[in-house]
Design a protein around this ligand. Structure first.
Ligand SMILES: [Zn+2]
Length: 219
């Protein structure tokens, strides 16, 4: 079992969303960090916050960059959010770690940025880092469109059931998370297993990011 995106530590391995304010704390070994500036916290001083993120991004305990992203419903002007998000994209490429993305009503912008990155990486003869959209609630059509561009999805307590079923049958890896919800990740696994009519053990195998892109960080 793995909690892909959380703000609390329990006894399950997880990717703790530790923002720039919590980087001096020490955490148990099962706790891995994603570090970044949430789009709601992108303010005029985001560059100073970003230098704190950069300072720890290469540490072994940091497994991903983020959460970061774009939110048209809340936060600073989109142009400012975009600048900050691009700084996270560049950092993820520099330290070769996946990106955990928060995206609200900005999927076109997100896809355009992914295309730009792919063009740059192609020129350099390398693959871009994986991008994972956390707390995905879109419909199956949106999921299909963004998965076709190589994105991965993480689901929390609230999701579109048709989308979950679509992703499950597409045989692409996906992840589960509590986000800031009070349910435990075990309860999320049970809920999803029930909805997909599979065993929790089957899900555990399928939704373990260590089987996919975190493996190099463990070995
Ligand atoms: Zn979020």
């Amino acid at each position: 079992m793995f909690n892909f995106h959380t703000y609390c530590i329990d006894d399950v391995p997880c990717l703790l969303n530790a923002d720039y304010r919590h980087l001096e704390m020490s955490y148990p070994e099962r706790v891995h960090l994603s570090v970044g500036i949430h789009p709601w916290q992108v303010e005029d001083d985001w560059r100073e916050k970003m230098s704190l993120v950069r300072a720890v991004a290469s540490e072994n305990r940091v497994w991903a960059i983020g959460e970061c992203g774009l939110d048209k419903a809340r936060g600073a002007a989109l142009s400012v959010q975009r600048e900050a998000f691009c700084a996270h994209i560049a950092l993820a490429e520099m330290v070769q770690k996946p990106l955990v993305i928060h995206c609200v009503r900005a999927f076109d912008e997100l896809l355009a940025l992914r295309r730009e990155l792919e063009t740059i990486c192609k020129r350099q003869g390398r693959e871009p880092q994986p991008w994972v959209i956390h707390g995905f609630r879109g419909n199956p059509e949106q999921a299909k469109q963004i998965m076709a561009k190589g994105f991965l999805l993480s689901f929390g307590h609230y999701y579109n059931l048709e989308t979950l079923r679509f992703v499950f049958t597409s045989n692409r890896p996906f992840f589960l998370e509590t986000d800031d919800h009070s349910l435990s990740v075990c309860q999320i696994y049970e809920q999803v297993a029930h909805h997909l009519d599979v065993d929790v053990a089957h899900l555990e195998n399928l939704c373990d990011p260590c089987q996919t892109f975190f493996r190099p960080m463990i070995s």
